[in-house]
Write a protein that binds this ligand. Structure first.
Ligand SMILES: NC(=O)C1=CN([C@@H]2O[C@H](COP(=O)(O)OP(=O)(O)OC[C@H]3O[C@@H](n4cnc5c(N)ncnc54)[C@H](OP(=O)(O)O)[C@@H]3O)[C@@H](O)[C@H]2O)[C@@H](O)CC1
Ligand SMILES: [K+]
Length: 499
């Protein structure tokens, strides 16, 4: 997993690298600027594009100056540089790069007040005004410049981070930020890129290596971790020779109601496709024939039998909630399952709403129980938050308090653990924003739990593979959740095979 850094940790990684590797700070800037150029060339391959580089006077601005010079070396020769000089300060590497730039003949304009802005006919603007050194909200002259640049509606490519966006912490909905179509960021994505509020700052990002000390970065403390494919390959176990269905556990799916039987079918079918040896669905009687024709491999535990107190002993995992309803019977079922606290449990959908209405049940959740709320379910359960940063921080507190794993759904799903980690899932796409998608995920988690994966791994594998299945169908505008299920077995097999 990639350890993500706060802006102060990034500064430490920067200082550590300069101190311990044979590289000077100026050369590190050169390396970062070269890495930017590599990504830039893929995005703007036309060398006669008209490009304007806006630079502040800190190190982000220093990068901008070096980038302008390197662009020229790479045959982009319709470049101009604008320096926003609203204070007398400049960093040493900015000054050094300014001297180097002056030797290239690239036109440089200094903007010292905002009464008149220089005319701008560039097709591409490179934003090197402020990077990770942002220390307050934009105001005054710089804010006026950013508002002006936003109004031009040009293609903007940001260096490291869009000017005005904090690297971490709550994103003020009214913050003035230079909107980028692409951000090329250095070594690690910024934590704030993963929150929906960052959509006002950037459309997409690319991460480029600049040569910071990886060992140092990975040894940093902090909850934010980014899941990679190799984590999935490392966790997932191939099926063994001479194994039988008993080897892979028995999952019970307690889901469905007259009007919402589909949720139970989708959930049970996804569980089956994710490798559980046996899957049983506990549904009301009016769903039997639908289940038998949709997924004949899935067995049935009559809902009425569970209500009468059927033992749960034989199940290796339990999923409860999709399409369950929130009436008295559903509440009793959840309480029954929680009282039988030996099982490995995943709680979703209506069962989360039942928890929200009966918060005393939270104390009955077994250790390492997984809940997988979407934003509304999360807010209903734990209260409203003003920002996604606050919401995830609250999730961290609740995960510790109740010994829970909270899988908080988002374009980048957050898996928040009782040990204080926040695992960010990189897979998935907006085509997956379709009802029923969560039921598939819950079935997958139940399946991995049944197969004896530790709970955090079960959540991680399910989130990653679910999203990866969606990414395989990226050509579809919207993806019916059933199609995700079809992808699962081959995807799992692929992750068990050598690279
Ligand atoms: N670390 C790395 O890995 C590497 C980092 N590199 C690069 O360095 C960048 C970080 O550089 P940095 O630390 O010099 O800060 P930077 O973003 O230029 O901003 C500082 C300037 O902005 C100003 N300022 C701040 N807020 C303001 C506001 N609201 N409104 C107005 N002004 C404001 C602040 O002024 P002050 O508040 O101090 O008066 C100061 O002048 C990083 O993003 C990356 O691009 C690479 O070169 C190499 C490897
Ligand atoms: K920037």
């Amino acid at each position: 997993m990639l350890q993500l850094l706060t802006s102060s940790q990034t500064r430490e990684a920067d200082a550590h690298t300069i101190k311990n590797k044979p590289i000077s700070s100026l050369d590190l800037m050169e390396s970062a600027s070269n890495a930017f150029i590599y990504a830039f060339k893929q995005d703007v391959p036309t060398i006669d594009s008209l490009i304007s580089v806006y630079c502040g006077t800190g190190n982000n601005g220093g990068d901008g100056l070096a980038i302008a010079r390197l662009l020229k070396e790479n045959a982009y020769d319709r470049i101009s540089v604008k320096i926003a000089r609203f204070s007398a300060k400049e960093s040493a590497d900015f000054s050094a790069n300014l001297e180097r730039l002056k030797l290239t003949g690239i036109p440089i304009t200094e903007i010292t007040n905002t009464d008149v802005f220089p005319e701008e006919n560039a097709e591409v603007i490179i934003d090197a005004l402020i990077g990770s050194g942002l220390n307050k909200a934009l105001q005054g002259d710089l804010k006026s410049l950013v508002i002006h640049l936003n109004q031009l509606q040009k293609k903007v490519i940001a260096v490291d981070i869009p000017t005005g966006l904090p690297s971490e912490g709550p994103i003020d909905p009214d913050a003035c930020i230079l909107k980028a179509s692409l951000c090329v960021c250095f070594q690690r994505p910024k934590i704030n890129f993963f929150f929906p509020e960052s959509a006002k700052a950037l459309e997409r990002f690319k991460v480029v290596e600049i040569g910071l000390d990886e060992q140092f970065i990975q040894s940093q403390a902090g909850p934010w971790k980014y899941i990679e494919e190799k984590d999935i390959r490392y966790s997932i176990k191939p099926r063994k020779a001479f194994s039988h269905k008993g080897t892979y556990g028995h999952a019970l799916i307690i889901a469905g109601y007259t009007e919402t039987m589909g949720a139970a079918l989708l959930c049970a079918d996804a569980c089956l496709h994710s490798g559980a040896g046996l899957t049983t669905a506990c549904i009301p009687e009016n769903g039997y024939s639908a289940l038998n024709s949709f997924a004949p491999e899935v067995m049935i535990l009559p809902r009425s039998e569970l209500i009468l107190g059927k033992s749960l002993e034989k199940y290796s995992s339990i999923a409860i909630g999709p399409g369950l309803g929130t009436d008295k019977e559903a509440t009793d079922l959840l309480e029954y399952v929680l009282n039988f606290n030996k099982a490995r449990i995943v709680i979703d959908a209506d069962a989360i709403n039942i928890l929200a209405a009966n918060t005393e049940l939270l104390t009955k959740l077994p250790k390492d129980c997984i809940i997988c709320p979407h934003v509304k379910e999360f807010d209903r359960l734990f209260g409203k938050s003003n920002s996604w940063w606050d919401r995830v921080t609250l999730a961290l507190k609740k995960a510790k308090e109740f010994n829970l794993i909270i899988l908080l759904k988002n374009q980048y799903t957050f898996i928040v653990t009782p040990d204080g980690d926040i695992l960010i899932n990189p897979t998935g796409n907006p085509g997956m924003a379709v009802g029923g998608m969560g039921d598939i995920l819950t079935g997958m988690i139940a399946s991995f739990l049944a197969q004896s994966y530790p709970a955090i791994e079960a959540a991680m594998l399910a989130a990653y593979i679910h999203g990866a299945a969606g990414d395989q169908l990226i050509q579809m505008n919207s993806i019916p959740p059933r199609y995700i299920t079809e992808q699962i077995p081959a995807l799992i097999k692929r992750f068990t095979a050598p690279d």
